[in-house]
Ligand binder design. Structure first.
Ligand SMILES: [Fe+2]
Ligand SMILES: [Fe+2]
Length: 231
């Protein structure tokens, strides 16, 4: 069941954990059957890094928002990018990460494919038609739609962004965009933090980014002419 999205940034009603995400991996084994169904799709576009880390963030966000339907958030984030596994891989970098990358046709295609995968995988595992429809409503448009429909949608969107603030996300995504880590960290602060919909995600992103900047020594490993933030 989804809940209406309160005014943003949504205030937490539970605890907000800003420690390194590696300290709180996704808990439980209840989603293992879903994972097993999408192993081939996790081999594309580093989904095998992105999806488990984002699931760990999603579970943290659900603890900060205990009113949300955690099962819906967890299944939606697990499946949201599996559609990349069924699109032409050569177009992922050429179209998916350049120009107006959020509106590239390949983006719409991975969202559509992700919904098809959810409809294939979830019903045989016993998930109800209503639940599958709610998952698809979140997966469809997760990158290309500007607004979030519900609190659960907002938590999935924030978890999808938060993984990039961890050093593993910076390592992968800076390469996708052809940026050095320092320039990419600047972009995270400037463009991605303002997109976050929950106060809890802003706190997690800020703590992660400060740690990642220190760990990767972006104060010195940068081109002086592209410096955007004070050291
Ligand atoms: Fe996506
Ligand atoms: Fe994603």
């Amino acid at each position: 069941m989804t809940h209406a999205l309160p005014p943003t940034p949504v205030q937490p009603s539970g605890p907000v954990d800003t420690s390194p995400i590696s300290l709180t991996p996704a808990a439980g084994i209840d989603l293992d059957p879903v994972w097993r169904c999408v192993v081939p799709e996790t081999r594309t576009r580093s989904n095998d890094i992105h999806l488990p880390i984002s699931l760990a963030y999603a579970e943290r966000l659900c603890r900060a928002h205990p009113e949300a339907d955690a099962e819906l958030v967890r299944v939606a984030i697990l499946l949201h990018d599996t559609g990349w596994g069924r699109v032409d891989e050569s177009r992922i970098i050429s179209e998916g990460f350049s120009g107006d990358w959020r509106k590239a046709e390949i983006r719409y295609e991975h969202e559509r494919q992700g919904c098809l995968i959810a409809r294939e995988v979830l019903p045989p595992l016993g998930y109800s038609e209503e639940f599958v429809a709610a998952v698809c409503a979140i997966v469809d448009g997760h990158d290309t739609r500007k607004e979030a429909y519900s609190l659960e949608d907002a938590l999935v969107r924030d978890a999808d962004r938060l993984w990039r603030f961890d050093h593993a996300g910076i390592a992968l995504a800076s390469g996708w965009f052809g940026l050095d880590p320092a320039t990419y960290c600047d972009r995270l602060a400037r463009e991605i933090v303002p997109e976050l919909l929950t106060e809890a995600a802003v706190a997690m992103a800020s703590a992660d980014l400060a740690r990642s900047n220190r760990l990767l020594r972006t104060d010195v490993l940068r081109n002086e002419e592209t410096r955007e933030v004070a050291p």
